[in-house]
Every structure is written in C-alpha cells, then in structure tokens.
Design a protein around this ligand. Structure first.
Ligand code: NDP
Ligand code: MG
Length: 390
C-alpha cells in the first residue's frame, strides 16, 4: 500500500490523480491533500478519501474547511510552510506535485530534499528552479517521475533503468509534440480579437485555465522545452517541437541509429499519472482506450515563430541561463492572469514576456529564497509594465 500526498488535489491534475486512485484503492491511500480556494471540493475529498492531513493555503478557505472538520479525524494545516512540512512526513511514499504556477516550487523542493518519489506535474518549479532541484535530487536520491504528458512519454521511451536528470544514452534529440492549441490555424491578423473564453477552450485537453492559455500562446511548449532541458539533461538545441494537432503521439525520442520511439494514447492525463503512480507497473484507469484504426491521419508541422513568439523566448531564456527562465515564467504568469482577468490583448502576452525577459538577468541561482524574491520583483514589475501599456 503506497501513501500518497496529492498537492493541488482540487485541480485538474488532482482530479485525474484521484480518478486513478479510485480505481486502485487496494494499492493507494491518500495520506495528504492540499487545496487553495476550493473549500467545497476539499471537503468532499476529505469525506471520500479520509486523508490524515489537509493543507489549505488560502486563509479564508482554511478557516471554512477547519470549521467544517471539527468532528473529523483529518488534521487541518494552513499556509505554504505547512505544505513544505507536510510533504516531508516519513510515511508518505509518493508526492504528486499538482499545484499550478510558482506557488508549487517550494513544496517540490521540500519533497526532493526529503528524498521522496516526486510525480511532477508542476512544470513551473523545474523551469524556475531546475538548477536547484536537479542537483538536490541527485544528492538526496529523490526519484522524479514526470507527469507532464510529453515528458512522461519521453520517460516511457527511454530505457527502464534511466534515471531522470541523467543524459539519456544514444539519443540524438527529443521531439516534443504540441497540439498547437486552438489558434495554430488562425491567421495572425485575427489574434488581437482572441477572447479568454476562446483561449481556454483547448481542442484536445481538458486542463486548468492558466495552462490552457499557455497552450494557446505556445508558452506551454516553451516551458516544456525548458522542463525537458532539465529533466533529461539535454541541450536546448536537441529539443525540437512538432505541431501535431491530433495529440495522439505525446512525444518522441529520436535515437542515434535513426529509430524513433514514441508513446501514443488518448489525450487524458490519467494515462501518464497511472504510469507515474504504477512505478513501472501498468495500472488500468478510466481513460478511453485508443482505437488506432479510427485515428486516420497523424499530422506534424513546424511551429510558426511569428504567430507564437513565446517558444523562441523560452529557448532564448535557457541560452541566457541563470535566472532568465524564472523571469520568463513569472512574467508569463502575470501576463496570462492580466489576459484572463483584465482584458489585455492576447498578443500582448508574448510582448510582455519579451520585455521582461530582456530586463533582468542574474547569472547565479543560489537558493529558493532568492528565486522567491526575484519572483515577487518580476511580478511587481510586470504588473507595472502592464499598467503602463494600458
Ligand atoms: P488547476 O488550476 O486545475 O489546479 C491548480 C491547483 O493548485 C488547485 O488545486 C488549486 O487549488 C491549487 N492552487 C492554486 N493556487 C495555489 C496557491 N497559490 N498555493 C497553493 N495551491 C494553489 O491547474 P492544473 O491541474 O491544470 O495544473 C497543475 C499543474 O500541472 C500546473 O503546473 C500545470 O502546468 C501542470 N500540468 C497540468 C496538466 C493538465 O492536464 N491539467 C498537464 C500537464 C501539466 P484550488 O482549486 O483549491 O484553488
Ligand atoms: Mg504537457
């Protein structure tokens, strides 16, 4: 029986993780869950899974959840620090990092520091703090299993004894596939009119709002190039991107002998999550099975850099090194939120990212606290920049 901590249990990754766990109650116990603002869902999950601990990071939500749990055995904790402490509990075997954005970084570091097996969905933590997370995992022996579908696909196509963080043997390059999001076929002239509702309506994947906008701007693929750089220890020049609108092939490993290994399946996060939770065993789940005879065409195209400048900004950030990926990531989070909530045009997201990326650069990443400080500074400066542009 494995004890699992599900961070971000109330989100989309949380949903898929708990859907897989529901199929295997004999294999997994939910030890800890975390939520931010969704008190109703947190309470429903407490009733269903009876975790020992629940961490709530929003104060009002915490007060509400705690007040509703007085007659329950679950222990309620408040705040980001509680999250970091919770993942270090000795009984926990697997930590699922499903918090969205940079808010997930410190708990990822804490889990790695404690040598846990980390099922990693929160790509922002690796983008921002890959230079800290990867050496720390090497030191503590923490095992990182990527859940992001592309990285999980690559991981599945690498040898069984491959350890994340090592340079994979005999690999020429990696090919990350991208659905292209809702607008890869839309003329650039129409980009100004794109609304948040259109941007979050992803053609293939059902995901949270932030990552859906990132998919629409291709920033998600940019962040994934950076993520792949850290997880698979590959130079950014050996990480290619192919637009694959059907989202059936989730990524590929191009070996030096000319063989290409790929992982295929329906676009459902239960599949990579099952692979992660199974630790090498194939676990059944409720995702629809792919009937390959119904697929018809599988198409692949190069990405259009003019329409989607974010992809190149991500490559540039890695080449710049140091804190540049962290700057790009933080600026993007603010720009996406401004698009979703304050009506800045869709095209401004990459403009803002570009300006911020080229405004601050620190060569050495020393600590999580340095990155958190930088993150706050970038958020503030990005917010000011957005106000100036409005
Ligand atoms: P959602 O927005 O659906 O869920 C986010 C989760 O994080 C919720 O549980 C939310 O709590 C919690 N949360 C939000 N803000 C904070 C905060 N400040 N502190 C602590 N917890 C917080 O996001 P997704 O599930 O889509 O994405 C989660 C991560 O997984 C992201 O990093 C994303 O890039 C990555 N990912 C997601 C995929 C997907 O298919 N969804 C695919 C690949 C990667 P609450 O709801 O209670 O407010
Ligand atoms: Mg992905």
């Amino acid at each position: 029986m494995k004890q699992v901590a599900v961070l971000g249990a109330t989100g989309s990754i949380g949903d898929s993780t708990l859907a897989v766990i529901r199929c295997h109650r004999d294999l997994f116990t939910v030890h800890t869950i975390s939520a931010h603002r969704n008190s109703d869902k947190a309470l429903a999950l407490i009733d269903e899974f009876s975790p020992q601990h629940v961490v709530i990071t929003d104060k009002t939500t915490y007060d509400k959840v705690r007040a509703s749990c007085t007659d329950k055995t679950v222990k309620c904790h408040y705040g980001a620090n509680a999250l970091n402490e919770a993942v270090q509990e000795p009984e926990i075997d697997l930590v699922v990092a499903g918090i969205v954005g940079n808010a997930g970084m410190a708990s990822v570091m804490a889990a790695v520091r404690a040598g846990k097996t980390l099922l990693l969905a929160n790509k922002e933590s690796i983008v921002t703090a890959g230079a800290l997370v990867m050496p720390l995992a090497e030191k503590t022996g923490a095992k990182i299993i990527p859940l992001d579908s592309e990285h999980n696909a690559i991981y599945q196509c690498l040898p069984d004894n491959y350890r994340v963080g090592q340079k994979p043997p005999s690999v020429a390059h990696l090919t990350l596939t991208a659905s292209g999001g809702p607008f890869w076929n839309t003329p650039l002239a129409d980009f100004e009119q794109i609304t948040p509702a259109q941007a979050v309506a992803h053609p293939q994947w059902d995901m949270g709002a932030k990552i859906s906008v990132d998919s629409a701007t291709l920033m998600n693929k940019g962040l994934e190039v950076i993520e792949a750089h850290w997880l698979f220890n590959m130079p950014v020049t050996d990480i290619r991107v192919a637009i694959h609108p059907q989202s059936i092939i989730h990524s590929m490993v191009n070996y030096k002998d000319g063989s290409i290994l790929a992982q295929l399946g329906t676009p459902d996060m239960q599949i990579p999550i099952s692979h992660g939770l199974g630790l090498g065993q194939r676990l059944s789940n409720k995702a629809a099975l792919l009937d390959i005879t119904t697929v018809g065409e599988l198409q692949f195209y190069p990405a259009d850099d003019k329409k989607f400048p974010n992809l190149n900004l991500a490559r540039q950030a890695i080449e710049m090194g140091g804190t540049s990926p962290a700057v790009l990531n933080a600026a993007n989070e603010v720009a996406v939120a401004a698009f979703l909530n304050d009506g800045i045009p869709f095209t401004k997201i990459s403009d803002i990212n570009d300006r911020m990326l080229n405004s601050i650069h620190v060569e050495e990443i020393e600590s999580v606290s340095q990155l958190i400080e930088l993150d706050q500074l970038i958020r503030q400066q990005t917010t000011e920049l957005i106000h100036r542009l409005q």
